[in-house]
Design a protein around this ligand. Structure first.
Ligand SMILES: [Fe+2]
Ligand SMILES: [Fe+2]
Length: 261
């Protein structure tokens, strides 16, 4: 059982879920109950459910936690289809926090727990990430740069769907490197321009991102890292850095520019 791949699929699914609730492109494809039923962790749990309940306290806890999580999805979805968009967004944001806690719990399970829960799954397909208003900052330059990263992640998802052990193309690292250099310097000079209070934290996180990417590059060259590790890292970055820290900074930037204009 590849827990990492399961988590990545969940994170990608959850990005698309939030994107849909925020009215993103891809809404036509996404706003159906079928899409919600596809949450990879839900599918996995359905398949292992009986074993879980019989064999393990942790398994029962995992099911309970997931069901609580899924109630939030249903509630956001129901509000969304009734046109109560603002309420749906609040529930969706709450869901993201609950999903983080759920993933932490999944991480805390021991390997033996997970081996007990193992079942043969049909091959997991990692969905593509749909760009949408959930990511938009109202700063077109930043949005277009963030979009480049989403494109890179989608290319990696295509590769991993072909085969988890597929060899990564050198030009994908070149794309990532030019993204880092151009995008981080754009953001950092804008932060300095307005004297943004979170500049040092952003710079430190950008530095850690660069360090991790070079580390991945070296491990790929030595054939020591599965592709899913890199996708997992990037999807987490999208969730935590772009959707939270960058959005905060862009909001501050827009507010400051209104004052000056
Ligand atoms: Fe960014
Ligand atoms: Fe940033």
């Amino acid at each position: 059982m590849d827990i990492n791949k399961l988590k990545i699929s969940h994170l990608v699914w959850r990005i698309n879920f939030r994107s849909m609730i925020y009215g993103g492109k891809g809404t036509v494809e996404l706003s159906s109950k079928d899409y919600f039923l596809k949450c990879p962790i839900g599918v996995w749990l359905d398949e292992v459910k009986v074993k879980y309940f019989v064999n393990s306290e942790n398994g029962r806890k995992l099911i309970r936690e997931y069901e609580a999580l899924n109630q939030k999805v249903e509630s956001a979805f129901n509000l969304f289809i009734k046109g109560r968009f603002e309420e749906a967004k609040v529930v969706a944001d709450d869901y993201i926090q609950a999903s983080n806690r759920f993933l932490e719990f999944l991480d805390s399970l021991s390997t033996s727990d997970l081996t007990n829960f193992d079942v043969t799954l049909r091959p997991l397909q990692t969905e593509k990430i749909y760009w949408g208003p959930a990511y938009e900052t109202s700063l077109l330059l930043i949005d277009s740069q963030h979009r480049q990263l989403v494109n890179i992640v989608n290319k990696l998802c295509d590769l991993v769907n072909e085969s988890p052990n597929v060899h990564i193309e050198a030009n994908l690292f070149e794309d990532l490197e030019s993204y880092m250099v151009i995008h981080f310097s754009t953001e950092e000079s804008m932060m300095e321009e307005i004297g943004y209070v979170g500049t040092e934290i952003q710079k430190e996180n950008h530095r850690l991102f660069i360090k991790s990417i070079y580390n991945f590059k070296q491990r790929f060259n030595e054939k020591k890292a599965p592709l899913t590790d890199l996708i997992g890292f990037l999807v987490n970055w999208l969730n935590r850095h772009i959707l939270e820290e960058d959005k905060q900074f862009c909001k501050a930037y827009l507010e400051k520019s209104k004052i000056f204009n």
